[in-house]
Design a protein around this ligand. Structure first.
Ligand code: HMG
Length: 303
């Protein structure tokens, strides 16, 4: 195990992963304000929305309006999820900085989430990747259920390598290893990441850890020890996937920043401003903040 990275890129997924499962529609204005607050807090990579079927995920139906409403900064990458060419064609005019195709290491989850097999998903992604790269847009891929599946249970590391290889072969530049249901522990996280590292370079692999079993920070630490330097996180721990029942949100961004600050690892994020952004969206949703770091800071502020 080498030294920990000196710098980490946090991809803020709250506006997409965090909100997609909300039953009540969150207005476009609130989504836009949240994104504004997140970038003011120093986040430079934000998963902004997804171009998926509004029948499947109604909360993301205002994707184009969100992309039109945000006040863009040149130094922020605005990333959008795209499952097929229909989504890409809708996303392109909104000028995303990155498109993210999302596959799975589990056949069953692939069917539930995107209504096709792993092989079919790659066929759908291939023209998206080709078109995006030709347009100069970065392409990231997510590999869901890399540490376990709500339908199949254990997922072999070989399955992660297999999907990573398929993604690499069609030109996907970076893969995110996703613990969709938050069941992983550090050893599993390490195995899944190493499975992707058999195909991708260290700078092109990131971690996406849901915190259902409270293991996400431990998994991030294990990933840091491997040299991984990019992680997805969701402000106030918002979220869950509509097709992974019972899974809670992604690891809270505030918790990740606190950990990395403590380790002396640079993120560029101002924790206080981030806590304000999390308090804003939690207030709006009428939800207890899902970040214990945020709650501790808010309690301290209240005296
Ligand atoms: C993928 C599809 C569209 C396939 O859905 P399908 O039904 O197989 O698609 P289809 O091509 O047969 O089309 C059916 C209808 O959907 C429309 N359609 C088709 N494509 C699009 C599109 N892009 N945008 C808008 N509409 C679309 C299409 O026009 C048609 O409309 P109709 O004629 O019935 O009115 C569907 O299954 C879907 O939208 N699924 C939602 C997937 C999703 O958003 N899941 C959550 C995000 S993934 C996630 O959270 C995991 C991640 C990334 O965070 C990592 C982790 O933690 O694991």
């Amino acid at each position: 195990m080498g030294a920990l990275p000196s710098k980490v890129r946090i991809v803020e997924v709250g506006p997409r992963d965090g909100l997609q499962n909300e039953k009540n529609f969150v207005s476009t204005a609130v989504k836009v304000e949240l994104i504004g607050r997140l970038q003011e807090a120093g986040l430079r990579h934000i998963e902004t929305t997804s171009f998926v079927s509004p029948k499947w995920v109604p909360q993301m139906a205002d994707n184009a309006a969100v992309m039109a409403g945000i006040v863009r900064r040149d130094d922020v990458v605005y990333s959008v999820l795209v499952p097929n060419m229909k989504g890409y064609e809708a996303a392109l005019p909104t000028k995303p900085g990155e498109v993210e195709v999302f596959g799975s290491a589990s056949e069953a989850f692939s069917q539930k989430n995107i209504n096709c097999s792993i092989a079919e998903s790659i066929e759908r992604f291939a023209p998206v990747v080709e078109a995006a790269l030709a347009a100069g847009i970065r392409v990231r891929g997510a590999i869901s259920c890399a540490l376990g599946c709500p339908y199949e249970g254990e997922i072999a590391a070989e399955k992660v390598t297999y999907v990573a290889r398929l993604m690499k072969d069609i030109g996907v530049q970076h893969v995110g290893i996703a613990d969709t249901i938050g069941v992983g522990t550090p050893r599993k996280a390490r195995k899944a990441l190493e499975a992707a590292l058999a195909v991708y370079d260290i700078g092109d692999v990131s971690g996406h850890f849901h915190d259902t079993y409270g293991q996400a920070l431990a998994n991030i630490y294990a990933a840091l020890e491997l040299g991984i330097s990019q992680f997805d996180a969701s402000v106030a721990g918002l979220g869950g996937c509509p097709y992974a029942k019972g899974a809670t949100g992604n690891v809270a961004t505030e918790n990740v920043v606190y950990l990395l600050d403590g380790l002396g690892i640079e993120t560029g994020v101002d924790l206080d401003a981030l806590v304000d952004a999390g308090a804003f969206i939690s207030r709006h949703l009428g939800r207890t903040n899902g970040s214990n770091v945020a709650n501790a800071i808010l309690a301290k502020r209240a005296g």
